[in-house]
Structures are given as C-alpha cells and as structure tokens.
Ligand binder design. Structure first.
Ligand SMILES: Cc1cc2nc3c(=O)[nH]c(=O)nc-3n(C[C@H](O)[C@H](O)[C@H](O)COP(=O)(O)OP(=O)(O)OC[C@H]3O[C@@H](n4cnc5c(N)ncnc54)[C@H](O)[C@@H]3O)c2cc1C
Length: 446
C-alpha cells in the first residue's frame, strides 16, 4: 500500500469497485479495502458466518443479506437494472430530480453492459388484459452473456483482501486515516489517506461511522433505515418450460403498480413494482418436491416478486450493540425495525396484485406457492442510514459528501433518502459515480 493513499475506498462491492475505477481514471492513487477474500471465478460467496460477523435485531424481524467477499452482493444478484422514475425522487424528498442523475445513469449502464430483453407474448397478453405498464427486464451482462460482476474488473483484482475497516481517524472535521483489522495477521492496520469513500453497504457504513464518533454533524447517522417490502410467490403450472430461453426474454417488470403519477386513493405513499420471471423448469428453483412425483419434467415455474417502496420513520434505525462484538473486537450493529400501518397497507396490495397477476397467467391445474411475506423483511436492498439532503441534519450533501468529515464521501445506498419502488443497484451506481466525480474534483484529480 502507498504511504499515503489519495483515496481509500472501503468495500469492493459494485459501488466500491466502480468508484475506485472512476477515481483511478482521474489519476488518483486509490487503495480499495475489502473485509473478505477475492474468490476464484464462478465461486459463489459463502454465507456470512454470524458468529464472526454478528448483529442484533430489535422489533420486527429483519434478514440482513450480506456478502463478505470482493464483488459484494453481486455474487447473488439477479442483475435487474431499471432507472428510478422521476416520481420516486419527488415523493421521497430526494435533493434532486431524476434528470440530475441521467448522465451518471448512462455511465453506470455502460459499465454494467446493460441489455434489454423482449416481452414474451404471454406477459404481453397479461399486460394488455390487466392494463398494466410492463417492460422487459433490463439486465447487467458481461460480453459473453453472463451476469455482470465487478470482481473481474482490474481494480477489484488489486483490492486488499481480509481488511475490514473498523473506524476512521479524524481531527478538526477531516479524516486522516482508515483503521482496519488485518484478519490474517490478527492486528490493526492504519491506512493514512487524503480522502475516504465508504461503500461497505448501508448498515455496515453506518456502523463504521458510529464507531468513529463524528460529533453533532453526525447525529443522524444510522437513522432513516429503509429496505423494500417483499412479497414473493411461485406459480407452478402443469406445462413444460421452453428450452434454452434466457432470462432477458422470459422476465418482465410491472412498473409502479399503484400510485402511478401520485394519482391514488390508496392509504400510503409510493408504489411497488412486480418482477415476473419464467417459465423455467421446476428444477431451476429446486422445487421438484412441490409437484407430483415423476412429473417434474412436465411442470414449470414462474416467479412473482413484488418490491414495495419504504420511507424513513422514527422506529427504523441502526445503532451499535456494545454487548456484541465481532471478530475485529468492534461493536456489532443493532438493527431496530418497525413497519408502519402505511407499509402494512401497501403489503396487502402487493399480495393482492401478485394473486391477480397469477390468476391472469395461470393455466388450469396451476398452483401458487408463497415464498416470502412482506413484513418478514429484508430484501437485501437496505438503504438510507446516511441520507443526502440539501442541508443538515441530513448527514450527506446531494453529492454524497459527509457533512461531519469534509473529505469523506459515501457511495453506497446509505445516501438514498428512500428505497425507491424497484431494484436499487443501478441508482446506487449512478450516485456512486457522481460521488466519485465530486471527490476527484475536490481532492485534485483530473
Ligand atoms: C439475493 C439478492 C438478489 C439481488 N438482486 C438484485 C437485482 O436483481 N437488481 C438490483 O438492482 N439489486 C439486486 N440486489 C441488491 C444488490 O446486490 C445490491 O444493491 C448491491 O450489491 C449493492 O452494492 P454495494 O457495493 O453498495 O454493496 P455490497 O454489494 O453489499 O458490497 C459491500 C462490500 O463491502 C465489503 N465490506 C463490508 N464491510 C466492510 C468493512 N468494514 N470494510 C471493508 N469492506 C467491507 C463487503 O465484503 C462487500 O464486498 C440483490 C441482493 C440480493 C441479496
């Protein structure tokens, strides 16, 4: 590692990797740290060991889907990549509209090799019958057609592995170094730097900042945690799946199912989207046991997955749990979760909408199976623990710069004021590139 890095980027998931790459393109010396290893190509990241990386939950349940490996949760992702519509920015109180992100959306789409699919006649017929706005899946693809992952980028190959950052060393409102724990040598490491970009994902970024004692300008860090409400079903149908259809030609997104353009009589703000994927062989989802024995080949499965928009509220936030320490000796995060009546009302509509879509899709003899209910929570899309806003107390500026430490930027979903009504990563990446540009400009890159 250089004696003093221009920028230390914490977290080598999609956001950290694209940020580090952008900063290097600006001629800056970047050190990219990750808590986990860089696994060989095609190796799926193992589940995070909760004995090593614990967390506690207070209130309603929360599944924190995480990955501790270079590439982050792109090890698991479905690569759905759709821009947020303008009304997400407006009703969520974002400090800018969608147009402000257009240039960075385009740059992020180019980076992830965005490909748009084609609506299958089956989905098209349902969209027409139910008068729904349905678009084909837009997915992130590598040149050979596989799902895009950041771990193949040159910058990811240079990431420093097994080095979880534990806190920031700072004085007079500026960071001087990142303190990390070397998991292999079991000792702390201090990485001096001129600036820091945090991209460890929202709960972890909040934990790191809470452990760094930011003072009054950091008092809202950890507040405003949001995720998507999820209702997930599988429609099993007694008909074989077509052979060889790729997911871009067998998937669709029902956009903003309700509350489109805010014209609504529903008792909640915001809206939800539903992803449709299939039909695929039941074996592709490990559902052989759900169909009559010996008939697996004659059945197919279509997934219906609704994602509902969440807004911040006082009962959902992240703090430190001093009674629980992780492998680095740091206090683990405590996730406080409570769902509001507004969100519960939306959850009911999400379930009904999935049932309605399933009825329209199903052939006689089909059955609908529930996978996940709203309120059991955690889509792996958490956001908002360090939200951006035009002024304090929002912890970050609209460019993702931390108000409490003027040479620190946040490039993951922590800065998003709301979850949005669909998959978040494309928006996270657009905002990460925007934060990287602001960081590069201010600390003197090209
Ligand atoms: C099953 C599943 C399916 C998904 N499908 C989609 C989809 O189809 N479309 C979509 O838009 N989104 C999807 N997502 C969400 C998507 O994966 C995330 O939005 C995206 O990975 C966020 O990128 P990130 O870089 O901000 O964070 P992450 O991917 O979480 O990466 C964080 C990185 O930081 C590292 N790290 C953590 N703590 C530290 C520390 N203290 N110090 C150093 N490094 C640290 C981790 O090892 C990791 O590499 C899915 C998520 C899941 C769980």
């Amino acid at each position: 590692m250089p004696d003093v890095a221009d920028v230390v980027v914490v977290g080598a998931g999609p956001a950290g990797c694209l940020t580090a790459q952008r900063l290097e393109e600006r001629g800056l010396a970047v050190t990219l740290l990750d808590a986990g290893p860089r696994l060989p190509a095609k190796t799926r990241a193992p589940e995070v060991d909760r004995r090593i990386w614990p967390f506690s939950v207070e209130g309603d349940g929360f599944d924190w889907y995480r990955v501790r490996a270079v590439g982050g949760r792109a090890h698991l992702w479905g690569s759905w990549s759709h821009r947020f519509p303008d009304n997400v920015f407006r009703r969520g109180g974002w400090p800018f509209g969608r147009r402000a992100l257009d240039r960075h959306y385009a740059a992020a789409e180019a980076q992830i090799g965005l490909k748009r699919g084609v609506l299958s006649p089956r989905f098209e017929a349902v969209a027409t019958a139910l008068e729904l706005t349905m678009v084909p899946k837009a997915g992130a693809r590598l040149r050979g057609g596989a799902v895009w992952t950041p771990r193949l980028l040159p910058v990811a190959r240079r990431a420093r592995q097994h080095l979880p950052a534990t806190r920031l060393e700072h004085s007079r409102g500026r960071v001087q170094a990142v303190v990390a724990w070397d998991l292999r040598r079991e000792r702390p490491v201090t990485v001096p730097c001129r600036a820091v970009v945090l991209a460890a994902s929202p709960i972890e970024t909040a934990r790191l900042l809470l452990a760094s004692a930011l003072g009054p300008l950091g008092r809202d860090v950890g507040h405003g945690l949001v995720d998507h409400m999820v209702a997930s079903y599988v429609l099993l149908e007694p008909t074989p799946a077509p052979r060889g259809a790729d997911d871009l030609h067998a998937s669709a997104l029902v956009e903003s199912f309700v509350n489109l353009d805010d014209q609504t009589a529903r008792p909640y703000r915001g809206g939800f989207s539903i992803e449709l994927a299939g039909p695929v062989p039941v074996s592709a989802l490990g559902l052989e046991r759900m169909v009559p024995g010996g008939e697996e080949e004659r059945w197919s499965a279509t997934q219906l997955h609704a994602l509902g928009e969440c807004f911040p509220h006082a009962g959902r936030f992240v703090t430190l749990d001093p009674s629980l320490t992780d492998v680095t000796g740091s206090a683990a995060p405590r996730i406080h979760v409570a769902w509001t009546p507004e969100e519960e009302a939306m959850a009911e509509d999400m379930k009904q909408a999935c049932a309605q879509l399933s009825d329209a899709l199903a052939i006689p003899g089909s059955k609908l199976i529930k996978f996940a209910d709203p309120q059991t929570a955690g889509a792996g899309h958490e956001a908002g623990t360090c939200a951006m806003g035009l002024e304090a107390p929002a912890p970050c500026t609209p460019q993702g710069r931390l108000r409490a430490l003027t040479n620190v930027w946040v490039a993951d979903a922590s800065t998003m004021p709301t979850s949005g009504d669909r998959h978040p990563t494309l928006t996270v990446l657009a905002q990460a590139l925007r934060a990287a540009d602001d960081c590069g400009r201010r600390i003197g890159g090209r």
